[in-house]
Design a protein around this ligand. Structure first.
Ligand code: C2E
Ligand code: MG
Ligand code: MG
Ligand code: MG
Length: 282
């Protein structure tokens, strides 16, 4: 994959990215090698639609299968990838990987989108939108199968460029959600201006429901805000039946969390999809 990217850099007129993004000090050599050796792997955490009681997509979450240290969680390497800029080529690998796996997911009954996290750092690549479009074409990805999860931090950096990137992709049918909603600084005007279809309520608020009066109020307020702006709302980090019941009672659209499933490897996710389809058919 890296060779392919480098090849593009040398011989292609299409705007590509790796060389642009490599900082003076270079990438962290261990992480760069990991990308070349394809040691990264995507796990998938299903999203559940509360009205249909069915899987309505998933979030792709990266893991690093380290040859000696075993499976590494993103918090242990994503910050370093962001600091060095490696997140830019890694981000393209992630989109390509989702593209490769989509046919199997659709075969197993996927009805909905796969959410891919985009870090603020990836927007510093000026070719983000055209490169994503090219990857989607190369892998014949239906744009209705992709959703990008942004954080409020990403939205607030270089507003004009971020806005035009989002518009460009959204015109192609890709959707955008706002991740960890409520923990950053997003202005209501931005929510209105950008084609964001979904708000994801941060786990830190979901942790307190039911019982913590402030968290209950915040969760209700986010659900109402989303619906008043014609957006969908997902609660993240749902671990208990009591949380689920609170969210159903307050008209939340979707949930994601250990109560239904942890993030699982592709094969397990395909099994979940098949089981889900059998249950829906009953
Ligand atoms: P995020 O995008 O907010 O992802 C949700 C995180 O919450 C995931 O952690 C998920 O495993 C975890 N989670 C989901 N449900 C529950 C639950 O019920 N209980 C608990 N305790 N945790 C739950 P994970 O996979 O460790 O990812 C952490 C963060 O790393 C993500 O937060 C995201 O910001 C970043 N990340 C993960 N994959 C990628 C990626 O492919 N690209 C980029 N740029 N960032 C990624
Ligand atoms: Mg984790
Ligand atoms: Mg996310
Ligand atoms: Mg989140």
């Amino acid at each position: 994959y890296c060779e392919q990217l480098q090849h593009h850099n040398q011989h292609d007129t299409a705007p590509v990215t790796v060389a642009d993004a490599v900082p003076a000090g270079g990438y962290d050599p261990e992480l760069w090698r990991a990308l070349q050796r394809e040691e990264f792997e995507l796990f998938y955490q299903p999203r559940i639609d509360l009205r249909r009681g069915a899987i309505c997509g998933a979030e792709a979450l990266i893991r690093w299968r380290h040859p000696e240290r075993g499976l590494q969680q993103p918090n242990s390497f994503i910050p370093a990838c962001e600091a060095s800029g490696l997140i830019v080529p890694l981000g393209y690998w992630i989109i390509q990987e989702v593209g490769k796996r989509l046919p199997a997911m659709q075969e197993a009954g996927l009805d909905g989108r796969i959410g891919v996290n985009l870090s603020f750092r990836q927007f510093q690549d000026r070719h983000l939108a055209p490169t994503i479009e090219r990857l989607m074409q190369e892998h014949r990805m239906d744009t209705r199968t992709l959703e990008f999860e942004l954080t409020e931090t990403a939205l607030c950096s270089d507003e004009e460029h971020v806005r035009s990137t989002i518009r460009q992709l959204s015109d192609q049918g890709v959707e955008f959600s706002l991740d960890d909603f409520g923990t950053g600084y997003s202005s209501f005007s931005l929510l209105q201006k950008l084609p964001i279809t979904t708000l994801k309520i941060d786990k830190s608020f979901v942790d307190g429901i039911p019982g913590n009066i402030d968290d209950e109020e915040i969760v209700r307020a986010i659900i109402n805000l989303a619906h008043n702006l014609n957006k969908q709302v997902i609660a993240e980090g749902v671990e208990t039946r009591a949380q689920l019941e609170f969210l159903i009672r307050h008209d939340c659209d979707q949930v994601q969390g250990y109560f239904f499933s942890r993030p699982v490897c592709l094969d397990q996710f395909l099994n979940l999809l098949s089981t889900n389809r059998r249950q829906q058919a009953l």
